[in-house]
Design a protein around this ligand. Structure first.
Ligand code: PLP
Ligand code: ZN
Length: 408
C-alpha cells in the first residue's frame, strides 16, 4: 500500500509495520493503533482539483485516504455522500449558523456503514470469508448489510437490549446472530473470545484501527460539502469513541494535505446516564466504568473501547465535552423532526442536543458556525420515537368525529 507508512501506537508511540495486527504488541489490547499515511504521496493523486472532477457519489471517492489496496469499489453498497443541510430554522432559533449532516441516509441507516464498508473491503482483501462484530446494534446491522452485498458471512454479537429495528436488519441480511444475555461489555468480551477461537475477521470498533479510517470519511465529506470552509464546531455523539476519533482524523488528514486551513473544534456529546468521557474530562481523571443507563442505546457504552482517540479528538481540536439528559435527547428528536425534517434515533440526535446545551452554556458563541452529525435514522428505534412524539389520536371515519376529535 503506497499511501500507508505504518502503524503508530496511541499509548507507547511505537512505530510498527502495517500488517494484519490490530493492537500494539507491547501494550496489548489497550494499545490501539493509528494508521500513519504518506501525505506527500497522497497529495499527488488526491487534492481539491482531482475531487472536483470525481463523480463517485459515495465515500469511495476518498479511497486514496483509506488503508486499502486499490480496487473497483463499485460493487459495494453506496455508503456516504449523505446530505449536509444548511439549517432552515433551528440554527436561527439558536443564534448560530447550523448545518446538519444526515448520516441516517446511509444504506443500513447509520454512520456505521462507513466503517463497515471499509471493514468488508479489508476482509475481502485479506481473503477472509467470515466477518464478526459485537455491537449495540448499528455496527452489527451495517456489518451484516455491507457483508451480505459482497458475499461475506457474518457472525454478530448483540446485547439482548438491542432495539428490534436493528435486530430485524440483522435477520434480513442473513447474519448468524448471538443475542447475549448481558450488557455491552459482556457482549464484547464474548465476541473477542469467539473471534480468537474461530479466526474470523474482526470488525470490533475499539480494536480495529481501519474502522476509524472509514468513519473519518464523514469529516472529509463535511469539508468538501462546505467547499473546504469548515465550520467553527463539529458536534458528534460518543459511545466507544471511534466515531469522534474518526471525525478528528478526517479533518487532520485534510489539514496535513493543505486542503483546509483549520481543524474545527469538536464537541463530544454523551448522555448523562452514561458519560464516562464527560466525567473524566470534568475531573481531569482517567476514564472510569459507568452504568449504561440511557435510552440512547447506540452510545450506552460504560467501558469505551477507544478512549485515546476520542480524548485526543477533543483536546487536539480545542473542543469540549458535554452531557445531555435523556429528556433533552427525546426533545431534540421532536425538534429536529419538526423544524428540519430530519428523523434521528436517540443517539443520532444526541449531538444536536449537545449543540443546544452548549449554546445555552455559552460554550458555542452566538454567530458561530456549527455542523451537527445525525448518526442514525429514527426508524431504527420506533419505540423511543413514539415515546418522544406520542401516539396519534383515534378518529371515527366521519367529518363530524374529525371536527370533534381535537386533532386539527
Ligand atoms: C455507534 C454510534 C455512535 C457512537 O459511535 P462510537 O464510535 O461508539 O463513539 C453514535 N450514534 C450512533 C447512531 C451510533 O450507531
Ligand atoms: Zn504500544
Amino acid at each position: 500500500m503506497k499511501n500507508v507508512l505504518g502503524y503508530k501506537c496511541t499509548l507507547c508511540g511505537a512505530s510498527l509495520p502495517y500488517d494484519e495486527s490490530m493492537t500494539c504488541p507491547h501494550c496489548g489490547e489497550k494499545g490501539i493503533l493509528d494508521i500513519v499515511f504518506d501525505y506527500g504521496y497522497i497529495k499527488k493523486e488526491f487534492n481539491r482539483e482531482t475531487l472536483a472532477k470525481d463523480r463517485t457519489n459515495s465515500m469511495w471517492r476518498y479511497s486514496a485516504l483509506m488503508p486499502l489496496a486499490p480496487r473497483d469499489f463499485s460493487p459495494f453498497l453506496r455508503v456516504g455522500w449523505t446530505p449536509l443541510y444548511p439549517s432552515n430554522s433551528l440554527g436561527e432559533a439558536l443564534g448560530i449558523k447550523l448545518f446538519i449532516k444526515d448520516d441516517g441516509i446511509n444504506p443500513t441507516a447509520s454512520l456505521k456503514d462507513r466503517a463497515s464498508g471499509v471493514a468488508v473491503a479489508k476482509a475481502i482483501e485479506l481473503g477472509y470469508d467470515t466477518i464478526a462484530c459485537s455491537s449495540t446494534g448499528n455496527a452489527a446491522s451495517s456489518c451484516a448489510g455491507n457483508a451480505a452485498r459482497m458475499g461475506l458471512k457474518t457472525v454478530i454479537f448483540v446485547p439482548q437490549r438491542a432495539p428490534e429495528g436493528k435486530v430485524a436488519q440483522l435477520m434480513i441480511f442473513g447474519a448468524k446472530v448471538v443475542s447475549v444475555m448481558g450488557d455491552y461489555k459482556a457482549t464484547f468480551d464474548l465476541s473477542k473470545a469467539a473471534i480468537e477461537k474461530y479466526g474470523w475477521y474482526n470488525r470490533n470498533a475499539g480494536i480495529n484501527p481501519i474502522l476509524t479510517e472509514g468513519k473519518k470519511t464523514v469529516a472529509l465529506e463535511i469539508a468538501e460539502q462546505l467547499n473546504w470552509n469548515v465550520t467553527d464546531w463539529v458536534a458528534c455523539s460518543v459511545g466507544d469513541g471511534c466515531t469522534i476519533g474518526g471525525v478528528y482524523n478526517g479533518f487532520h488528514d485534510l489539514y496535513e494535505l493543505g486542503m483546509i486551513e483549520r481543524i474545527p473544534r469538536i464537541l463530544g456529546v454523551q448522555s448523562t446516564g452514561c458519560c464516562p468521557f464527560v466525567v473524566a474530562a470534568e475531573k481531569n481523571e482517567p476514564l472510569k466504568p459507568m452504568e449504561e443507563n440511557t435510552l440512547a442505546d447506540s452510545i450506552a457504552v460504560g467501558v469505551p473501547r477507544n478512549p485515546v482517540k476520542a480524548l485526543r479528538a477533543v483536546s487536539a481540536s480545542n473542543g469540549k465535552w458535554i452531557a445531555v439528559s435523556d429528556e433533552d435527547i427525546l426533545d431534540t428528536m421532536r425538534v429536529l423532526g419538526r423544524t428540519e425534517g430530519v428523523f434521528g434515533e436517540p443517539a443520532g440526535v444526541t449531538a444536536t442536543a449537545g449543540v443546544r446545551a452548549a449554546v445555552k452554556a455559552g460554550i458555542i458563541k452566538p454567530g458561530e458556525s456549527v455542523t451537527t452529525i445525525s448518526t442514525g435514522s429514527g426508524l431504527k428505534d420506533v419505540k423511543n420515537a413514539l415515546r418522544a412524539a406520542g401516539k396519534p389520536t383515534l378518529c371515527e371515519p366521519t367529518l363530524a368525529a374529525l371536527d370533534k376529535s381535537g386533532i386539527l
